[in-house]
Design a protein around this ligand. Sequence first.
Ligand code: GUN
Length: 294
Amino acid sequence: MQIIDGKATAAAIKAEIRNDVEAILASGGRAPHLAAVLVGHDGGSETYVRNKVLACEACGFRSTLLRFENNITEEELLAVVQELNADDTVDGFIVQLPLPGHIDEQKVTEAILPEKDVDGFHPVNVGRMAIGLPAFISATPLGILTLLQRYGIETRGRNVVILGRSNIVGKPMAALMMQKQYGDATVTVLHSHSGNIADECRRADILIAAIGSPAFVTADMVKPGAVVIDVGTTRVPDASRSGGFRLQGDVDFQTVSPICSAITPVPGGVGPMTICMLMLNTLLAYRRRAKSLS
Ligand code: GUN
């Protein structure tokens, strides 16, 4: 059984990005610039955004963090988005989700210029990706594809089973996996109303778990020799940890890892790749802008 090391892979890709940025600076260009908008004080969001800012530093990017309290109105937030859309020094930006209940997340997402939508959440990017046109691809599915490629795991013609149909992971993952130029696989998507979940999972050559249900995937649901990708990162109480919690994946690692051929751990698997792919999308946004302005 092989551990698919997302942390090491992400570090290698960030070093490659940094080299590219150094070459840009050496030839007189400016650093790519990512802005992040954070509303409120959700613990998970604070951690994600902090890690995104740190990743920008590691890659040699400029970063800007715009923080707002929970009582910001939708109108005010939409005005912030318009400012970032119009700011020529910003190559790409993200609005960290979830947003407070009084703000329509979809409205905010759709207000972001698709050319600056490095999360790949805007319907224009989702649609372009789904039909194989150049687009920003959302970071978690792109990170999973990249991990499989870098570990030489063939997807063409194989049975890929995806647990979960979220807009951020399950749906784009399925669209990418079925496409000829990406996964070229046979894809099954399972969700809360699917029947025979264990039987369907056992048909998977590659099983991607993205349902946010801690340790949902147990050994009886996995075909011996399958590749297992765990996207779950649920905070579960753990008194032995300094923060009082630990991150638990959607896969019961202890019982599943002995029977599969390769598996991503939690933490240190898909998570670090997600942030790294955001950096790659930002570099891409920078290059596209530099090209369109020249
Ligand atoms: N919340 C959880 N994951 C993400 C992400 O990838 N992007 C944004 N903007 N919010 C998130």
